[in-house]
Design a protein around this ligand. Structure first.
Ligand code: NAD
Length: 286
């Protein structure tokens, strides 16, 4: 209640970012979102035209309000980092101030401070390729968009985060167990994200009294997951093999995120928390 959250990685109403936004809104937080620049127009248009109204419904019957949508491309830290072809690209030229540093500055100018930072984004251009066939460029792009993007966001937002605040990211068990098909260096990127969660928990804890945790989520048929190509199989596998044989709802990840960024979790930091119907605990499923 009374808290302000910036959620990076919301571009439709299907993914974990949207579900986290809803859970935080239901708990009384003010919601700001960061939307990938190429997806900005369609997201804002859909919002304006009421396409998400049904999924904006909160438990008390009101509709989730998004105080502001910020264009964001988390692979660029400052305007100097943006290559000419991106700058002049039609999908980017219409928006401004979308590098991580500029977004943090704009949020500071608009609202002064935040309490909660959520990283719900990932991208791996070669995700469908096995690691053995992944190029250096593809691997580094996966790490840049999916791991360093969190380091950069926390780096730039920490100075405007109120002490006692918290950040959260989304990871996947492919970081620690072999998930054939989760390729292109995405498994490596999630391993980096989880390791960074620990180191950043220490650094941000000491520097700003900010907690840093990551949720290892089970499979969800989001837009990003569909790009991997076998999400339906992963969902079915989980349903058959997990201790809890039920569909995993995005809202369940949203609720865990709301807990983790709340005072109820005031001593939890540096942790990877599984929200996967328990699938990660299985050795052999019968
Ligand atoms: P999603 O499509 O809702 O979210 C991914 C978002 O990242 C999209 O909105 C996309 O526009 C944005 N994005 C991509 N590159 C970006 C960039 N450079 N700058 C800013 N935004 C960028 O899909 P999701 O599955 O909900 O993904 C959210 C997080 O959850 C990701 O970290 C993903 O790896 C993680 N996750 C997903 C699953 C799953 O099965 N869906 C499982 C475990 C973890």
């Amino acid at each position: 209640t009374g808290k302000r959250a910036f959620i990076a990685g919301v571009a439709d109403d299907n993914g974990y970012g949207w579900a986290i936004a809803k859970a935080l809104a239901a708990a009384g937080a003010e919601i700001l979102v960061g939307t990938w620049v190429p997806a900005l127009n369609i997201f804002e248009t859909s919002l304006r035209r009421g396409k998400f109204d049904e999924s904006r419904k909160l438990p008390d019957g009101s509709l989730m309000e998004i105080a502001k949508v910020y264009p964001l491309d988390a692979v660029y830290d400052t305007p100097e980092d943006v290559p000419e072809d991106v700058k002049t690209n039609k999908r980017y030229a219409g928006a401004s101030n979308w590098t991580v540093k500029e977004v943090a500055e704009t949020v500071k100018n608009d609202f002064g401070s935040i309490d909660i930072l959520v990283h719900s984004l990932a991208n791996g251009p070669e995700v469908t390729k096995p690691l053995l066939e992944t190029s250096r460029r593809g691997y580094l792009a996966a790490i840049s968009a999916s791991s360093y993007s969190f380091v950069s966001l926390l780096q730039h937002f920490l100075p405007i985060m109120n002490p006692g605040g918290a950040s959260i990211s989304l990871t996947y068990i492919a970081s620690e167990r072999i998930i054939p098909g989760y390729g292109g260096g995405m498994s490596s990127a999630k391993a980096a994200l989880e390791s960074d969660t620990r180191v950043l928990a220490y650094e941000a804890g000491r520097k700003g009294k900010i907690r840093v945790n990551t949720i290892s989520a089970g499979p969800l048929g989001s837009r990003a997951a569909k790009a991997i190509g076998f999400i339906e199989k992963m969902i079915e596998y989980s349903y058959v093999n997990a201790p809890l044989q039920k569909e995993l709802l995005a809202a369940e990840v949203g609720n865990t995120a709301a807990f983790l960024v709340s005072p109820l979790a005031s001593a939890v930091t540096g942790s990877t928390i599984y929200v996967d119907n328990g699938l990660n605990t299985m050795g052999l499923a019968l």
